[in-house]
Write a new protein. Structure first.
Ligand code: NAD
Length: 271
């Protein structure tokens, strides 16, 4: 049965990529709604116009309730406030939700995840297969090297990104901290300046670059005395995230209500 997908944030960088990826997907999926900001000039415009291709028969809409009621599943890449609102609509309509939004406040994150009590929610700060495999490699590296190595996480993204460090960098920090029995909130250092003193052993440092059109680079360095291991992932196109989100939607449609992530979708969870 063809899966009818709605995209929220459809005119954004990820939204456009999703429209393209759905049209070209190897899965049996079809675009059935494209949600944009309430004040968007695109409301009523055919999505094909934005992509410079033929008419898709689907017009951009700002009416979340009406748009989501007609889809089988929603894929949402909007800013946090809109993502929380759209999730509430999914709950009221009992629609599963794939969410890529990052940068939630602690309150928003809690409110957002609560929706998984009612609907199937797949939330990931990074939908690429390579990054999700990297999480597994990081856990292994931390378990073996973590006691002797200093761990630093660096990331680089395009100039338009509004949150830092990236959700993926934080997720990598959580994986590493978890493997070492450390609490990331207690050991994370977000940037250094001035007379910082020597590096406390248990800390996990983060550094951020924002520049140009970098799609997303992440490196975790395990630096011991005499050797250094670096695990790096570089995304060269947002298509990696869009294809992953569609794969997640195809998987999620058959799941019970609950909170899932891309590790579940790819079968990478330790049993
Ligand atoms: P963007 O700013 O290009 O796009 C967001 C879009 O959402 C904008 O077009 C905006 O107008 C629209 N929007 C705002 N309010 C809305 C509403 N109420 N309804 C519908 N649309 C609304 O940003 P982006 O680069 O596409 O990233 C979006 C989010 O996805 C960010 O949080 C980013 O960090 C995250 N992201 C996640 C992944 C991943 O793999 N999980 C990958 C890339 C980006």
């Amino acid at each position: 049965m063809t899966i009818k997908i709605g995209v929220a944030g459809a005119s954004g960088r990820m939204g456009r990529m999703l429209l393209e990826a759905i049209a070209a997907s190897e899965y049996d999926v079809v675009l059935s709604a494209a949600l944009v900001r309430p004040d968007s000039a695109l409301c009523g415009v055919d999505t094909g116009t934005l992509l410079g291709g033929p008419s898709s028969g689907i017009t951009f809409s700002q009416d979340a309730q009406a748009a989501i009621s007609g889809v089988d599943i929603l894929i949402d890449f909007t800013p946090p406030e809109a993502a929380v609102d759209n999730a509430q609509v999914c709950v009221s309509l009992r629609k599963p939700l794939v969410s890529g939004t990052t940068g939630f406040s602690a309150d928003q994150a809690r409110q957002f995840r609560d929706t998984a009590q009612t609907i199937a929610l797949c939330q990931a700060s990074n939908f690429s297969t390579g990054v999700n495999l990297a999480y597994r490699l990081l856990a292994q590296a931390a378990a073996i090297l973590g006691a002797e190595a200093d761990i630093e996480i660096s990331e680089a993204h395009h100039r338009h990104k509004v949150d830092a460090p990236s959700g993926t960098a934080i997720a990598m920090g959580e994986v590493v901290a978890g493997a070492l029995g450390r609490n990331l909130a207690e050991v994370a250092i977000y940037g250094r300046e001035g007379h910082t003193g020597e590096r406390p052993k248990e800390t996990i440092g983060f550094s951020t670059v924002r520049a140009g059109d970098i799609v997303g680079d992440h490196t975790v360095t395990f630096a011991a005395v005499g050797e250094r291991l670096e695990i790096t992932h570089k995304a060269s196109s947002r298509m990696a995230f869009a294809r992953g989100a569609i794969r997640a939607a195809v998987w999620l449609i058959n799941q019970q209500p609950g909170l899932y992530d891309m590790q579940d979708v790819l079968g990478l969870k330790e049993s």
